[in-house]
Design a protein around this ligand. Structure first.
Ligand SMILES: [Zn+2]
Length: 190
């Protein structure tokens, strides 16, 4: 028997489909890149707080469809099935289906319009362990080493998305900035 959409699945996901904030859970190639980049940042005097590394594909599935159904971006019957997640999305009653999905959106704390106009992705680089969310802080100007050992002076900017000097150093390490998402870096910049 499937379990109805709603709060149950928030509790379920917090046990069975957790996100990781451990660098060791990342894809091996990206893990080596990010470790080297973070070491260069730390050596230069910056602090790095990692909030998310690998995201559970099951969690992404629950995020995606609860968001879309609750926000009327699809029909409840459009949600595909996922092995290992026996959830009932469609009650044959639109108001009930949307209410169950909305309980999940609230429980997961998902950003909805106008804060976010896009549903949580089913194909994020986080799912493959090839992205990281992190906050990098320092004061003034620091000299960050590139992979070849040469040092580049980088001034702190409030908006990390605008710090192209920092982005270019990350790129040398194989860590690319997504410029529309402040904490997000990945192997391909998406
Ligand atoms: Zn991210």
């Amino acid at each position: 028997m499937p379990n109805n959409s709603g709060k149950y699945w928030v509790t379920w996901a917090n046990t069975h489909a957790k996100n990781s904030n451990k660098i060791d859970d990342l894809d091996p190639v990206f893990k080596a890149s990010i470790k080297a980049f973070i070491k260069a940042l730390n050596d230069a005097g910056a602090t790095v707080d990692v909030s998310t590394t690998k995201r559970s594909d099951k969690r992404a599935y629950l995020f995606h469809w609860s968001w879309k159904i609750s926000q009327s971006k699809c029909n409840p019957s459009d949600a595909n099935k996922m092995v290992g997640v026996d959830i009932k999305w469609d009650y044959g009653d639109l108001a009930k289906s949307k209410a169950g999905a909305l309980e999940m959106v609230i429980g997961f704390g998902l950003a909805v319009p106008p804060r976010s106009i896009n549903p949580p992705s089913l194909s994020s680089n986080h799912i493959a362990g090839k992205a990281i969310d992190m906050t990098i802080r320092w004061a003034g100007v620091i000299k960050i080493k590139k992979k070849d050992g040469s040092e580049i002076p980088v001034a702190y900017t409030q908006n990390v998305n605008a710090n192209s000097a920092l982005h270019s150093i990350g790129k040398y390490y194989g860590v690319k900035k997504l410029k529309t998402d402040a904490p997000h870096w990945s192997y391909n910049g998406r």
